[in-house]
Ligand binder design. Sequence first.
Ligand code: AGP
Length: 626
Amino acid sequence: MCGIVGYVGHRPALDVVLAGLRRLEYRGYDSAGVALPHSGGLAVERKAGALVNLEQRLDEIGRDTFTGTAGIGHTRWATHGPPTDRNAHPHRSGPADAGKTAVVHNGIIENYLPLRAELEALDIWAESDTDTEIAAHLVALAYAGRAADPSTKGDLPASVRSVALRLEGAFTLVVTHADEPDTIVAARRSSPLVLGLGEGETFLASDVAAFIEFTRNAVELGQDQVVTITRDGYDVTDFRGEPVAVSPFEVTWDLAAAEKGGHDYFMLKEIEEQPTAIADTLRGHLVDGRIVLDEQRLTDQDLRDVDKVFVVACGTAYHSGLLAKYAIEHWTRLPVEIEVASEFRYRDPVLDRSTLVVAISQSGETADTLEALRHAKDQKARVLAICNTNGAQIPRESDAVIYTHAGPEIGVAATKTFTAQVAANYLVGLALAQARGTKYPDEVVREFHELEAAPKAVETVLESLGEARALGQLLADSKAVLFLGRHVGYPVALEGALKLKELAYMHAEAFAAGELKHGPIALIEPGLPVIVVMPSPKGRAVLHSKLLSNIQEIKARGARTVVLAEAGDETVKPFADHLFELPPISTLLQPLVATVPLQVIAAEIARARGYDVDKPRNLAKSVTVE
Ligand code: AGP
């Protein structure tokens, strides 16, 4: 997620903006930049890499043009276009107004390509690969009175509103213009933006961490709103210019808590970011009724030539891959093999030009997975990466990539990147089904829209996290916990067990419930907690009834049953010592909601044991050694 800071006031804006960007560094980024109005123009500088690179650059060129008391700044987490100086924000307009407009942006503008074509027809050519630059040109045209509606001429808020109305996707746009040196205008849709209200100074930022050293009086901007700030205050309207009432609040968090959204740990904040992570990962992948992949360098013919899929990944990514297997086989009837990356190349897998290898990695740097994809390419297989880190080694060496847009994940234990990976895996399945015709176009669109609705179901689960935390406290003193699931509930059980191992250092093991009678049932003893992931009773009835029998078998042997079941499923109640209700959702999408309470239970047990939830012992966020 990008970091944004805007300031108008009485202090040197460069100092305030750079201090704010430093406060936002925890969000992760790969380039940074600033823009300040100066003597009728704009002083703009941006640099790939860490903020210190930008500061060194400013020292090299001299800061005498960066002396104003208004300005904007940005730290970029690359989505469209690799992390380079050219793609770093702020982006400036060009011919329309001789570069007098600068924009920083957080989010994804889905329709930037047709808008770019419109600009090219006006002989306005983008210099960067980004969607953001398009917005800068459009605002410049509107402010110069050269847009379709000339009434925006010389009116910066109206110009920004007119552009915001044309954009599709999620965006926070913050705009400065050389002709309005004491004004900054911002537009917000589905991407965070807060105001800081000081004495003779006003702040804008992605989150309050950027300005709480200056003021704790804040205003949270709402959906489809435009704010104009000056040193004397602010004005908020909707995208059509109608005034909007907003309510200031006082920030009570300290800086450390502010970075974590008020939580004690980043992981807890990231668990709550999952609806946005899923939505942002899906955003822009359905265009004119067809699934489109990110940097698809695989043609539909390439996808039709596939006669086998092989998924390789590690840890949590591997569990998301298990779910990919269910979806891809169900939607395409293609055989899907899956292997942990560290075993893959040593088992001498059968691969050829018709094999599609899907390499899943949130960091994009995991050595086991990287070596597995290199082995696959040596065997002439095509490789599609699913990755959360733009420009990482694994996508760079793959034939195509789908980026998850979960934003940087600070907690070592994967949470939002897991659910985002599941969404991306399902996109691959739908793209294969679409290319191979195993699903009609209307069926593909229907499945996609069902996937798009999943974040709402995850929101519902997040509303009852208190129950999950209470379950964590109940289980905190357990010696071990078993997890049971069937079908897509089994990878969820595996993920729940992994979370518990890596966060609470507790023995935890997951089984396909049908395996119980083949040995693991010997482990059941009185009081042993067993967490069961129940399928919907409206799904595969046979799975539901068999798992219900499994619960009775373990209950009869004294197990302490914690059952995750669809709300309203009365059949499980007699056998559940503790019941966590899940919102109704289709079979393949249930993992997106069932995993969330398991993440919370593991984190709560770790907290109860006094462990560092963000930095578990012995673990690294990215395992770059084999
Ligand atoms: C998950 O919580 C763990 N941190 C670990 O299993 C992780 O999923 C695995 O190392 C793979 O990492 P990657 O997605 O960056 O490749």
